[in-house]
Design a protein around this ligand. Structure first.
Ligand SMILES: NC(=O)c1ccc[n+]([C@@H]2O[C@H](COP(=O)([O-])OP(=O)(O)OC[C@H]3O[C@@H](n4cnc5c(N)ncnc54)[C@H](OP(=O)(O)O)[C@@H]3O)[C@@H](O)[C@H]2O)c1
Length: 299
């Protein structure tokens, strides 16, 4: 059969492709590229609607219920960069930036001889644990379904993480920094540590859902690890735990910029969680009805 590919922007014809029921989206992308109608498959996005979701490479003509003459909408995603490269740059930056300011460079603070408070020292330890964990997860835990992402994301994501790291670190390590009470420090630290363990547990559970070398997606369910019980209540418990970590960090440092970082991350992760929750419900007819997206019983 023939499938028509048109541009997502103006519905202008790009090519007519030959397909069989078992032909995958990846194979159609390769056809477009070998016919010199489009750049490399990694740059190509194909959709069922002009503004619909990007079809995954493993989907087939049959499971998308495409027929003779069906249309696919094409978008060039622009230059690409390795997903892992972006994540590594994204996470190494805030680690380096935070620790650099932790040393109170003359450039920012002038000549300082005030002793650093032990809370600021612990904050540097917690911050480092979080980003070293993320770096190690990127290298050894996550099984991503995409190898690349648009190059622009590198600049967008790095600016967000690097600038926020500088903003938070500047205030926590400032010679005039006022630490919280011991009680607040203990409560904040406990929340931070528990949420970091929860976040790691969810990432391991997600890894184990996907066989190596595949892009399989399954309905996530709790495993033997008690931290994963949150899957009974929300679709993206890793985001719930991540927000919890930053709330903990804000309490333990009593620092307003850390609170702004927690708020910005919570907003972004809520938007993503709502989108992922919607996709789960669409993709799996047996998806648990009682689950929310990110906040149990609420959202
Ligand atoms: N502080 C902040 O502002 C902020 C913002 C965003 C993220 N983060 C942190 O970064 C972490 C990773 O973020 P993310 O957005 O990449 O998380 P994610 O979308 O939940 O994905 C984590 C990993 O699990 C895989 N996965 C997700 N659902 C799956 C399923 N149903 N079946 C099989 N595999 C599945 C993903 O593969 P795919 O490649 O297929 O998605 C990815 O490799 C978050 O958990 C959070 O800790 C922090």
């Amino acid at each position: 059969m023939e499938i028509e590919v048109v541009t997502a922007k103006s519905s202008k014809k790009v090519a007519s492709l030959t397909a069989h029921p078992t032909t995958t989206i990846r194979e159609l992308k390769l056809q477009l590229h070998s016919n010199k109608k489009a750049p490399k498959p990694e740059r190509i996005c194909l959709r069922l609607e002009p503004k619909g979701r990007a079809l995954s490479d493993s989907e087939t003509i049959k499971n998308l219920q495409l027929k003779y003459g069906s249309k696919l909408y094409y978008k060039d995603l622009g230059p690409q960069i390795g997903w892992k490269t972006v994540f590594l740059a994204e996470y190494a930056g805030p680690l380096g930036m935070y620790l650099w300011l932790y040393q109170r460079p003359w450039l920012f603070y002038g000549d300082v001889d005030a002793k650093m408070d032990s809370v600021a020292q612990w904050a540097a330890v917690f911050w480092s644990i979080h980003y070293v964990k993320r770096l190690l997860e990127t290298l050894f835990v996550h099984r991503f379904s995409h190898a690349t992402m648009p190059l622009m994301n590198l600049f967008k994501n790095c600016s967000y993480y690097w600038l926020f790291a500088a903003y938070v670190s500047y205030h926590v390590n400032h010679p005039l920094y006022t630490p919280p009470s011991s009680m607040k420090f203990i409560i904040g630290s406990a929340i931070f540590i528990l949420c970091e363990l929860g976040n790691l547990s969810i990432h391991i559970a997600l890894r184990n859902l996907r066989p190596p070398g595949t892009t399989v997606r399954k309905i996530p369910v709790p495993t033997g690890n008690p931290f994963t019980l949150l899957f009974n209540f929300v679709s993206c418990p890793n985001y719930t735990y991540e927000i919890g970590s930053w709330i903990g960090f804000t309490i333990l440092t009593q620092c307003l910029p850390a609170g702004f970082f927690a708020l910005a991350g919570a907003y972004q992760m809520t938007v993503w969680a709502l989108g992922k929750h919607k996709s789960y419900k669409k993709e799996f007819s047996d998806y648990p009805k009682c689950r929310k997206a990110i906040i149990p019983f609420v959202l």
